[in-house]
Design a protein around this ligand. Sequence first.
Ligand code: UD1
Length: 430
Amino acid sequence: MEQYAIKGGSPLVGEVEIGGAKNAALAILAASIMTDETVMIENMPDVRDTNVLLQAISSIGGIVERVDRHTVKINGSQIHDVVIEGDYIKKIRASYYLLGALLGKYKKAEVALPGGCNIGSRPIDQHIKGFKALGASVKIAHGLIIAEAEALRGNHIYMDVVTVGATINVMMAAVMAEGLTIIENAAKEPHVVDLANFLNSMGANIKGAGTDVIRIRGVSKLHRTEYTIIPDQIEAGTFMFAAAVTKGDITVKNVIPKHLESISAKLLEIGCEVEESDDAVRVVASRKLTHTHVKTLPYPGFPTDMQPQIAVALGLSGGTSIVTESIFENRFKYVDELTRMGASIKVEGNTAIIDGVDKYTGAGITAPDLRAGAALVLAGLAAEGFTTIDEIRYIERGYEDFPQKLNNLGAQIEIVDTDKALQKFKLRIG
Ligand code: UD1
């Protein structure tokens, strides 16, 4: 089984190019089948999640052409099936975006019902509420969500919770509905805005994305487009925290600094220097980190997808910090692993109380999910000695060339798949 082998202790220094946003890419790929003309998408991250969604699109007759590693052309004119099998949903939850896309285009979709996941139960009641409000009948049978409508009609939809997934799914279903749809209490995440911009470039009429009221006036059809995906806020944030935990100096390039404001603010609070320019942010950590409190919130609040990374940094700060997770119910699974590296963290409900320690020590640990896995890599890079991390398939879901990008910054990390390869790594690194 493949693992990351890490020798920690070196400050990470240099520049890193951030790729396209995985979560925007997933929404945009699903939406790309909504026209019968060919769309070209650039800055597509080459990560497991996007590749699985491309396979799901091919499986129903979508024509996918990889122009180069980060550019893909999609043509949805030959789609012959509106059923997305459970295998895709098991591998990647966001395959359920095809529900909104297929319902919007063909007025019918059957997609396997996503289960819970490693960060907690993940209800889809708001998605269903939105589809029903547009006039679809929605039932769950044999593990599938089956949505269909004679015609979709615009409506006023109030989301009971701020949800990225339901905002995206309902937006897609409403794009070709008759009349006006208003989504209130909509999610404001950068990838919600990116999807709206993408759909508008295909001829949709969506206003207000990025605020909590989105207005969608239905159009009869969508057309071809060429579109470039926004940079990945969470990949960028992860490298910014890599500078913090390794006492490094990293410039993350090809980013939109505005999307990183809540992350930059916390880095400043804990004693890092943060310099912003047009499309780059530099983080310098030259002194011991100080403690702080943080609560995850919908955008523009501090992202839940950065919660494990900031906890790893606070674990090395002077003093006691409190991290409150307000989005997902079970997002502290990594704490046991971090404790094995010497962290002092107590979890009570949705709160982690962190007493800073002077250092982490390398250990054999397991990635519990995507973002926690990346955070544990940061812990390994900061730790004294060797760390191995199992279940790196989670991390590969969302980080392209993670070891290579880290090594370019002076890290010592390698993928090993046997004990012999691990020993070789240890001998070589010394
Ligand atoms: C998306 C992101 C994920 C991120 C999360 C929060 C993608 C592919 N994934 O996930 O990386 O961590 O946003 O920023 O973009 N909820 C309901 N009912 C629903 C839907 C959601 O109660 O019908 C709740 C969830 O349980 C959760 C909260 O709403 O407590 C937010 O979830 P949501 O924003 O929908 O997350 P995802 O779209 O699944």
